[in-house]
Design a protein around this ligand. Structure first.
Ligand SMILES: CC1=C(CCC(=O)O)c2cc3nc(cc4[nH]c(cc5[nH]c(cc1n2)c(C)c5CCC(=O)O)c(CCC(=O)O)c4C)C(CCC(=O)O)=C3C
Ligand SMILES: [Fe+2]
Length: 344
């Protein structure tokens, strides 16, 4: 199979104060997130001048991937499109068509399965192709990479570096929380769903093993939605209280659920979690995300090469390969399903 391009598909973030509310409205359209929560999150963005680091981080990563592709002699132009902010994926796919791209690979900036981390990116692909209409390029999404040795290796080194800063600290892995119902709905029904949270636990296990860490916790962060709806728990900040109450004197927080230091990482961890640890007099370090590690570009190119048929397919877990879909079709029965909302 031959490909003409690589599409880098991400979440998007605001690039100035006036972008913040329209961006948040794009993210939460039709999702029942209360207005108070939006206003609170808007303030987090305004702390940073209304600029999320996510677009800059994506552009830096794309530059690194372009260099790695060239170094490995792979001739694929890279395009950048987002779900929630400019450059919007619909516009990018239109440009790809105009440039004559007929078939492209898609790298989604999430390592995991589940609705928010996988299926929603498939929906973006479907929507973008539909918007472009006839002659839209065929788009083949790359697989989940939470158990890839380059992803695990980058986080393991970051955890080791954190432990050098805070020797003897408890290692705590975090990922973005999702509603309990969403976690249960996505994944093999015979396993009770939970593809996302199982993969997060597996990534944490692999990273801890490689960093030589015997005991650790997996917790969640950045919950949204109305308070009466159950989301994955415990929250990182509550967990720091619990660790303090149990006599733990230091934590290394590893955001294994994310590929880069975007706003949920720098606000919810570097600000809120770090502050709570300081209030308790606890040592605190936050492990780096892989985006800045040279292995990240190698990882992306390796995932690309799997499709050009000359690359190895490497994984450290026994979990089935998943997430690779054509034109946004669901990757397997029950995989990464959205919650069925009751009709109203
Ligand atoms: C699983 C998951 C990932 C990891 C997978 C992946 O990386 O894709 C992720 C990433 C991200 N989430 C991000 C930002 C936001 N997420 C929100 C809301 C939500 N996230 C959810 C889940 C996830 N989110 C869910 C179930 C909601 C509820 C509403 C809904 O069902 O959609 C909201 C609305 C306000 C709020 O309520 O917090 C914002 C602003 C940013 C960009 C940050 C930046 O600007 O730097 C990134 C990378
Ligand atoms: Fe999937």
């Amino acid at each position: 199979m031959s490909y003409d391009a690589l599409l880098w598909l991400s979440f998007g973030g605001p690039e100035g104060p006036d972008d913040v509310m329209p961006f948040l409205e794009n993210v939460t359209r039709g999702r029942g997130v209360p207005r108070e929560r939006l206003l609170e999150v808007a303030e987090h963005y305004q702390h940073f001048g209304g600029v999320s680091p996510i677009n800059r981080l994506n552009r830096e990563a794309i530059t690194a991937v372009e260099k790695e592709l060239a170094a490995q002699g792979v001739d694929l132009p890279v395009y950048f499109g987002n779900r929630n902010w400019e450059p919007m994926v619909e516009d990018t796919v239109a440009r790809m068509k105009a440039d004559g791209v007929r078939r492209a690979l898609v790298f989604p900036t999430s390592a995991y399965g589940g609705y928010s981390a996988c299926r929603q990116y498939d929906e973006d692909i479907e929507r973008a192709r539909a918007a472009v209409g006839d002659g839209a390029p065929e788009l083949v999404k790359l697989r989940h990479f939470f158990d890839h040795p380059l992803f695990v290796g980058a986080f393991a080194d970051a955890v080791r570096a954190g432990l050098e800063q805070v020797p003897g600290a408890r290692v705590v892995f975090t990922a973005h929380s999702v509603p309990e119902s969403a976690d249960k709905a996505a994944g093999p029904p015979e396993e009770g769903g939970r593809r996302y949270s199982r993969q997060v636990h597996e990534a944490a296990r692999l990273v801890a093993a490689q960093a030589g860490v015997a005991e650790y916790d997996v917790v969640w962060q950045s919950r949204s939605g109305p308070p009466q709806v159950p989301w994955l728990e415990p929250d990182i900040v509550d967990h720091i209280d619990a660790l303090h109450a149990a006599g733990v004197q230091g934590v290394v927080v590893c955001p294994v659920g994310f590929v880069s230091d975007h706003l949920e990482v720098i606000w919810d961890l570097d600000n809120e979690a770090a502050e709570r640890a300081a209030e308790h007099g606890m040592g605190f370090a936050r492990a780096a995300t892989p985006n800045g590690d040279p292995r990240f570009a190698e990882l992306v190119v390796e995932l690309v090469r799997e499709h050009l048929t000359d690359g190895p397919v490497r994984t450290l877990s026994e979990f089935p390969l998943a997430g690779c879909t054509v034109n946004g079709a669901p990757c397997a029965v029950g995989c990464c399903e959205p919650v069925k909302r009751p009709a109203r």
